[in-house]
Design a protein around this ligand. Structure first.
Ligand code: GLU
Length: 480
């Protein structure tokens, strides 16, 4: 489609939920897959729910994920301003148009009166009391300075339908629609009204958003109709779900794990991996490809791949994606993330560059580094049965002999690096007619004090440095 325009219209109410990020991504991809335009609009008219700094979080998240907007705060564009609280006169002007055409009306009902319409459970809506006030009455109320809201006048009869691109036809009986507020008494518009005005004025052709708006969209369609505007296409996305330990599925929330983009990044997930994973949470590519760069997503994305069944966020799967992305990271980029963590955790004598390179293919998230290097940071408690290894035919006794015999050789080493140490131990094994594997096992366990380690004996010796390695071997001999 030519000139497709989509938008992401978040309310700055806190962190960036991963479900919102997916909405932004799909909206962006829909535009970009067809050479269209993508707009960021900040919906901050619900002043009670505003959280300071939340807009910055939105903007920085989009930046980090490579979701570039063509128009929006900080970027500008022909349809600005892009922050709704800066557009109040526009909403007033358009609300008045609908009052004039009879599609909206002033309502002077007091809060007390509205409260009295509710039952004991707080349920019960507006009864249309001010629908048919005479012009005189309206003028008198306005002259008296009575507070008022502007309400949308819903049709009394018939029904309203639209065809959602994901869910198909949605129909609502107009009799079920309440005369919703468009402009509040404080002059601020409601989301229900102003997003329609903005989407129209900004030329939005496809509204992509969460399916919580699926059934209120007929009301928005009626606004388009009342203005005589062309309705946009609607693309409602299914909820993102999470699974708890018992296997129960519910809306993705904190109890399932980190749910904000920032928390995931802080846990060591790479933005590229997050984007790749969430792209597939509700959209299926035509073939079995799993890894997508942003450019590949743009080339492949299409509405026909969207599913209406809720997607379940799988942390295991994200971890797998992340490990693949970490493996592919160039050393410099990897080190930029890994070294600060290691520097903070490890004692000064540790060769953290070497340690980082041993971990590069062994972590699936940067948060795992802490766990992985516990054996470096501390001398772990251990028992001698770790020295027993079937494959290498080692026993604690044999290991003790190996450690005692290699200790003086190691003490004499001047160039404490992997290659020198490896050659020395190979030679020792040959000289003593022992299996090299047995020699390496004894030393690796003595030094690491655990049986599974990133890297072999000599690599770890290089990581620990000469003094610490020798000291750990001495301790191991004493314990055996
Ligand atoms: N501000 C609304 C929200 O964050 C936007 C919904 C929409 O995209 O129309 O839920």
């Amino acid at each position: 489609m030519a000139n497709i325009v989509t938008r992401f219209a978040p309310s700055p109410t806190g962190f960036m939920h991963i479900g919102n990020l997916r909405t932004a991504l799909y909206s962006y991809l829909l535009a970009k897959s067809q050479g269209g335009k993508f707009i960021l609009r900040i919906e901050d008219t619900d002043q009670v729910r505003l959280v300071e700094g939340a807009t910055d979080v939105i903007i920085s998240t989009l930046k980090q994920t490579g979701i570039d907007y063509d128009e929006g705060p900080g970027v500008g564009g022909e349809h600005g301003p892009y922050v709704q609280s800066e557009r109040l006169p526009i909403y007033k002007e358009y609300a008045e148009k609908l009052v004039k055409s009879g599609h909206a009306y002033y309502c002077f009902c007091t809060q007390e009166r509205l409260d009295s319409l509710k039952d004991e459970n707080g349920i019960g809506g507006y009864d249309g009391h001010c629908r048919n006030l005479s012009q005189e009455e309206i003028d008198r109320n306005l002259a008296e300075g009575k507070p008022f809201v502007i309400r949308q006048r819903m049709p009394d009869e018939g029904s309203t339908s639209y065809v959602d691109e994901v869910y198909g036809e949605v129909t609502i009986e107009n009799s079920e629609l309440r005369d919703q507020i468009m402009i509040k008494a404080d002059g601020f518009p409601t989301y229900n009204f102003c997003h329609v005005v903005d989407d129209h004025l900004m030329g939005v052709t496809h509204v992509v958003r969460g399916n919580e708006y699926l059934t209120s969209t007929p009301k928005y369609c009626l606004l388009y109709d009342a203005f005589g505007w062309e309705r946009p296409h609607y693309v409602h996305l299914p909820l993102l779900m999470g699974k708890d330990a018992e296997g129960n599925v519910s809306k993705l929330s904190k109890r399932h794990g980190a749910v904000s983009f920032q928390d995931l990044v802080n846990d060591g997930y790479l933005p590229e991996a997050i984007v790749n994973y969430i792209a597939l949470l509700g959209w299926a590519p035509k073939d079995t490809q799993e890894f997508f760069t942003m450019d590949e997503l743009k080339a492949n994305f299409g509405l026909d791949g969207l599913s209406k069944s809720p997607a379940v966020f799988d942390y295991e799967k994200l971890r797998w994606f992340n490990s693949e992305y970490i493996k592919k990271l160039p050393d410099a980029d990897y080190n930029e993330k890994a070294l600060p963590i290691l520097r903070e955790l490890c004692p000064d004598f540790i060769n953290i560059e070497k340690l980082a390179s041993l971990l590069h293919t062994r972590i699936s998230a940067f948060c795992e580094i802490r766990e992985q290097v516990q054996f470096v940071v501390n001398r772990l408690e251990m028992t001698s049965d770790l020295y027993t290894n079937k494959k290498n035919k080692t026993t604690p006794e044999l290991c003790k002999t190996i450690l005692e015999e290699t200790l003086p050789l190691l003490e004499g080493v001047e160039n404490w690096d992997n290659d020198t140490l490896f050659a020395l131990l190979k030679q020792y094994a040959a000289d003593t007619e022992r299996k090299a594997g047995a020699v390496m096992w004894a030393i690796r366990v003595a030094i690491a004090r655990q049986s599974v380690t990133p890297g072999g004996a000599t690599e770890l010796m290089e990581v620990f440095g000469k003094d610490e390695s020798i000291d750990r071997i001495r301790q191991a001999i004493a314990e055996l």
